[in-house]
Design a protein around this ligand. Structure first.
Ligand SMILES: [Zn+2]
Ligand SMILES: [Zn+2]
Length: 474
């Protein structure tokens, strides 16, 4: 019998915490460990094994992370380590939020719905399960990241599980279309469809027919990979974000497979399958980067612009670190959000170029202490106020009278019946943040942009206390 006194400290959750999303992350530390013991988890919930061993404990610090799926209502969780037990009650309260996100698996006319994969288990049902799980993971990530910024565990609501959407776009046409043309086509088709309520529904679509033609030479740069892939996109804006399924083969289908998928060091056969891993070349790297890309593009559908750092900038590749513990293997080169001009109607689209690997050691020290995944302050504030993140708010519907406006002559932004909470100036070309002013704790109804700031080539973005938005090119 062990004579040590162990304690389990939780980092991001507390007893009786309430969640509005079902897939959750629990982080903690075991203090004073003994040699042989392992952490075990029990949850009175049929969706998860009754007892599970947690393998990913950091040896030095005793840190652990757990991914759990809560059932509706009360969930009793027991963490067991050696002679110590910690009991925890967590609640999942489903929201009946009017504003939802709907995941779709888009199938072009003439395509059988089988995505490109290294296994034959790649049909419609399989794809939809993977996409649903992926979007739930993103939902959990948004909640954790907003919580870390002090806004509570706010996140968007997923309206339903992913299901197939049969597009009228012929497969052969789709192969000759650019990502922006595909976005425009599907956005018109989906947002214009009578099946949906675009003013209260936003969509994330995944194209089933993304096809990587393979590379036989030695040039596996991201640019070449993209050139050899048809039906691919990673674009978000307005009410719609669109993705390819070129790396869906690296995504897990079940909760229990999420952590192994992030940790999967199997090398991608780049001659045959798409590698979108930011030069890690692994299955786990592809999964992390493509989930990161979903986080980023969904940010755009919630009206976020670009920032230098964080999820709306260069920080999308290490999503794995949010859910697993740091390892030396995932230190990455920088990603640069492109400054080249983008088409105006898709000014929020992401086109990234990547610096080749370098400076590994410096980055290692910089990255090892945190999960390096975050929203910058202005982005977090926008999400906090966003209608899609406020299920029981008095916002929008009841506040048709609110009006945000900008006067070009006086340079005053004014608001009637609401308070200005955030003002951003963004580059008109690529949506990159130039400067911002936030008024989190004050009741501001008018704000002047001082004369010495040149406004040419900028876009003004304002959000008020009800989540109303003014977006205007200057
Ligand atoms: Zn012990
Ligand atoms: Zn972007």
């Amino acid at each position: 019998m062990c004579s040590k006194e162990h304690t389990i400290q939780l980092i991001n959750v507390a007893d009786n915490d309430k969640f509005t999303h079902s897939l959750i992350l629990v982080k903690g530390v075991i203090v004073n460990r003994c040699d042989q013991s392992i952490l075990k988890v029990k949850i009175n919930n049929s969706d998860y094994p009754a007892s599970s061993t947690v393998k990913f404990i950091n040896e030095k610090r005793g840190q652990f992370k757990l991914l759990l799926k809560l059932k509706s209502g009360e969930n009793n969780l027991t963490l067991i380590y050696c002679n110590h037990e910690l009991e925890l009650c967590l609640f999942y309260e489903e929201t009946n939020h009017n504003y939802t996100v709907t995941p779709l698996y888009i199938i072009c006319k003439g395509h059988n719905g089988h995505y490109q994969s290294d296994t034959e288990d790649n049909g419609i049902e399989n794809a939809c399960e993977k996409i649903t799980l992926g979007v739930e993971l993103v939902q959990c990530l948004y909640a954790e990241k907003l919580s870390e910024k002090g806004f509570g565990r706010k996140t968007f609501t997923i309206g339903c599980k992913c299901y197939p959407f049969y597009s009228s776009l012929p497969l052969t046409d789709s192969k000759n279309m650019t990502d922006q043309e595909l976005w425009t086509y599907f956005a018109n088709e989906i947002l214009g469809s009578e099946l949906f309520l675009p003013e209260k529904q936003k969509f994330v679509g995944f194209i089933s027919s993304t096809y990587y033609e393979g590379i036989s030479g030695k040039d596996f740069s991201y640019e070449t990979i993209k050139r050899r892939t048809t039906g691919h996109a990673a674009l978000g804006g307005g009410g719609f974000a669109l993705f390819g399924t070129g790396c869906l083969y690296t995504w897990p289908r079940k909760l229990i497979d999420i952590i192994p998928a992030f940790l999967n060091t199997k090398l991608v056969n780049r001659e045959l399958f798409m590698d979108d891993s930011n030069y890690r070349y692994t299955y786990g790297g592809c999964f992390a980067t493509t989930i990161g890309s979903v986080c980023h593009e969904m940010g755009h559908i919630f009206d976020l612009g670009h920032t230098k750092d964080g999820l709306m900038g260069s920080g999308i590749d290490l999503i794995n670190r949010v859910f697993t513990l740091p390892t030396m293997t995932d230190i990455l080169p920088d990603r640069i959000v492109s400054r080249t001009g983008l088409k105006r109607e898709l000014m929020n689209s992401k086109l990234t170029t990547i610096k080749r690997p370098g400076e590994f050691l410096r980055k290692y020290h910089q990255q090892k202490e945190s999960d390096v995944t975050y929203f910058s302050d202005n982005c977090a504030l926008t999400l906090h106020l966003n209608k899609w993140f406020n299920s029981n708010s008095t916002t929008c519907d009841n506040n048709c009278d609110t009006k945000l406006s900008f006067n070009f002559v006086t340079r005053f932004i004014t608001s009637t019946h609401s308070f200005i909470k955030l003002v951003e100036l963004r580059d008109k070309g690529n949506g990159m943040l130039k400067m911002f002013w936030s008024f989190q704790d004050t009741n501001t109804v008018c704000f002047k942009i001082v004369e010495d700031i040149p406004l040419d080539g900028l876009t003004l973005f304002v959000i008020d206390s009800f989540g109303n938005i003014l977006k205007q090119d200057l």
